[in-house]
Design a protein around this ligand. Sequence first.
Ligand code: HDL
Ligand code: ZN
Length: 444
Amino acid sequence: PEGRALAVTRAARILQENLRRDMGADAMASIATLDALNTAVRRAVDEATITDIHTHLFPPSHGDLLLWGVDELLTYHYLVAELFTVAPADLTYEAFWAMDKIAQADLVWKHLFLEASPLSEARRGVLTVLQRLGLDPADRDLGRIRRWFARQDEEAYLEKVFDLAGLDYAVMTNNPVKCNEVKHFDAGAPIPARLRTALRIDDVVLNFASCRPIIASQGCAAGDGTIEGAAAALRGWMGGWIDRIDPVYMAASLPCSWAYPVDDAATRMIDHVVCPLAVERGLPVALMIGVNRQVNPALGDAGDAVAPCDVNSIIRLVAAHPDVKFLVTTLSRVDQHALAVAGRKFRNLHLFGCWWFCNNPSIINEMTRQRLELLGTGVTVQHSDARVLDQLIYKWSHTRRIVADVLVDKYADAHHTGWRFTPAEIARDVRQIFGGAFEDFRAR
Ligand code: HDL
Ligand code: ZN
């Protein structure tokens, strides 16, 4: 923690020094007019280095787990769901899943771009990626686009995407009970500095019984007794993964039905294994709550829906474990106000992201206004949730624009009171909501 606290200070100092170098004394000069304020805010957002605290990306060394390129963009599960809202009845789910990626992408391009204007956020996102890469979407030539991607070197392309998105690093989702992921850690496959790990423990928290065999195969004598009885062994197993992959946090996605405390395995796993380990290791616990899991299994990853969750359960959990740092986001727009109020009540609760079905301009705008009004800059306004590398480009380009619009209004509101801001303070604030507050929370 001391090292981290120093690192945070250093990052903030570097930011100020860069501003002084770039703007000289102007960086510290009060901004007198609304127009100058507007310009300074938009510049700060455009230039901010962002930390993407939740994605589903993987290192190039982890083989086909890293998805990238136009066909992966077009077959993103958000677009698969949209395809079946318009596809002809004779396109069965089975027929679609039997196709190869190219054929699937051709269908998405046909039905969602050529025969229906790309107005949804996921469709617009594909076009933003192509445009920011310097490819002209207007010629609608999927073949030419494919040939461009085929010429890219994966590792160089990853760096290019991170630079275009303006990220310092992105946090992955690493599941210790998924064999196709574990094998790459067993092989010591390298991880670039742009990517950090997160220990994903949904399965262990929600389906511990089904995880026993693989946990046992990894040397954990959890036996078949109670979780309380195996807690020490389970903390040893989970702690071993923390030692191996050095995660930024432990994470779990919880269903809309999740409640705490309840006389169930999930509560016992949280109370006796996850939280004690989080305190022992000083690791935050990230909870993403509100999925209505697999309402249409035929859609695969696209088959999940959303429902309001129980914010009072979040409050009870955070209050019961005051020494655990909880990062929380909820999936339903309905929960956001109550969650933002909860964020005002507990210093060990940090809110993040406009997650999944909230990652749309109308809701990002509303959530960001609500959070700034209730929490100021003590929040991480967004994460990308990118599953396909190239998505970093559009998810962050779209978010920067929306957050800048919100911040312009908020700084103008404060300006009207007579308070004055400097460019350095605005850059500080923008960094805070795009990763700085997260780093401060981790270092606390
Ligand atoms: O559980 C999660 O981390 C979710 O983000 C799911 O992966 C979801 O399918 C998704 O990709 N949302 O964007
Ligand atoms: Zn996710």
